[in-house]
Design a protein around this ligand. Structure first.
Ligand SMILES: *Cc1c(COP(=O)(O)O)cnc(C)c1O
Length: 411
């Protein structure tokens, strides 16, 4: 049954669309922060499947909930009720302050599709047929469907897929004047990440989200926050916006919601959500019993263990440890969504590759920075071990003054 690494690579090359630049490892098992590969080697997972497995691999409460649900009822159509979906919606709404409604999807991009369609629908009913434009930020990442790609502020990802849906425009991240200059009556929404994840772990500048909120109120546009990566404890709060005084109208989330089981969600203020009429939006799988059971178990464990507070504490520990590593020039981020900017001349990609060989999973989020996003239950001992591996790798790293700051992981 189990394949060797070479057999896995050969099968992949022959049968899988070659859209990923994969690292030369196949993981077969995980527990907490630890992963094992096809050859039995052990790794510390400081990436969590890109901020997905926030409770760690094979968390017993999530595994039990998934197994029990699988034996009870995996799926029914959204043409019928299921008892799990509204319970998850109630939990999420409570976390977001109450008074909202939730639509369930299967991924981050789909949660954002819902947010964009809802904003267009709301804009039409409140401002007229021309109010459908969405402004987002350069350097942002909102997904790979055509519409979320149009919202993504990374021209190199968009070029090969022109023409993209119209009605999207990007302005410089953190530049309020640039935003104000394009906010006319055709704009239905501004879409932002509290911390740009794929864009290099860039937190919003202080005061920016609050000022965008005020501008949205003044110009009658919705504030959509893409919390697909930042949401559900990752930044040391339930949601990234809680670090600011701004309150959004719409929030999308996904990555950590099912602790590895695919599920996305879009929350909106009830009066905004009311712009959707039955039949306006739908999905076959979104909020099905299996995915919803995983989400309910994940949210329960997160609340019981006060996981956001643990992420804040572990984030402070990891940040301090990284700052002391020779070769690390600076550390940025919030909670356990962290980038370590390397000293000039050290390229991040070879360092990430060498870390993997040495048993530490991190990724090069830009050409010169590593992203660290371990499970939120990571222990101090695991942080110490991971940082020691990174220090050893950096001590041996080649320095080349031509290291390109713009080349990242290619995600
Ligand atoms: C990962 C991510 C997405 C896309 O999520 P998928 O599940 O890959 O579609 C969207 N927005 C942000 C901020 C993300 O980090």
């Amino acid at each position: 049954m189990s394949l060797s690494f070479d057999e896995i690579v050969a099968l992949d090359a022959a049968h899988v669309m070659q859209t990923y630049g994969r690292a030369p490892v196949a993981f077969v098992r995980g527990e907490g922060t630890v992963l094992w590969d096809a050859d039995g080697r052990r790794y510390l997972d400081f990436l969590s499947g890109l901020a997905v497995t926030s409770l760690g691999h094979a968390h017993p409460a999530v595994a039990d909930a998934v197994a029990a649900q699988a034996r009870t009822l995996l799926h029914v159509s959204n043409l019928y009720y299921n008892e799990v979906q509204p319970q998850v919606a109630a939990r999420l709404d409570a976390l977001l302050g109450g008074g909202g409604r939730v639509f369930f999807a299967n991924s981050g991009a789909e949660a954002n599709e819902c947010a964009i369609k809802l904003a267009r629908r709301y804009g039409q009913t409140h401002g007229g047929p021309e109010r459908f434009h969405v402004i987002s930020a350069s350097g942002s990442f909102h997904g790979r469907t055509l519409t979320t790609l149009a919202a993504t502020g990374q021209p190199q990802k968009q070029e090969t897929f022109q023409p993209l849906p119209t009605g999207f425009r990007q302005v410089a991240f953190g530049d309020l004047d640039a935003l104000a200059a394009v906010m006319d009556e055709r704009v239905c929404a501004v879409m932002l990440e509290p911390v740009q994840g794929e864009g290099g772990v860039m937190p919003c500048p202080p005061g920016y989200l609050e000022a965008v909120r005020a501008l949205c109120d003044e110009r009658e546009a919705l504030l959509l926050l893409d919390e697909v990566q930042t949401g559900l404890g990752r930044t040391g709060a339930w949601f990234g916006f809680e670090h600011t005084g701004a309150r959004p109208d719409v929030v999308s989330m996904a990555k950590a919601l099912g602790n590895g089981v695919p599920i996305g969600a879009c929350w909106a203020r009830a009066d905004v959500a009311a712009a959707f009429r039955p039949g306006d939006h739908a999905t076959t799988f979104g909020g099905q019993p299996l995915a919803a059971a995983a989400a309910l178990a994940t949210l329960t464990v997160m609340a019981d263990l006060d996981v956001p507070a643990r992420a804040a504490a572990a984030g402070a520990t990891l940040t301090a440890a990284l700052e002391a590593v020779p070769g690390v020039a600076g550390v940025r981020g919030l909670g356990l969504l962290i980038a370590a900017e390397l000293e000039p001349g050290i390229a991040a990609k070879p360092v990430a590759d060498a870390c993997l060989t040495a048993g530490l999973v991190v990724n090069a989020v830009t050409g010169t920075a590593l992203r660290l996003a371990p499970p939120l239950l990571v222990t101090d001992a695991e942080i110490e071990e991971a940082v020691a591996i990174l220090a050893t790798v950096l001590a041996a790293a080649e320095r080349d003054d031509a290291a390109a700051p713009s080349e990242g992981s290619g995600w």
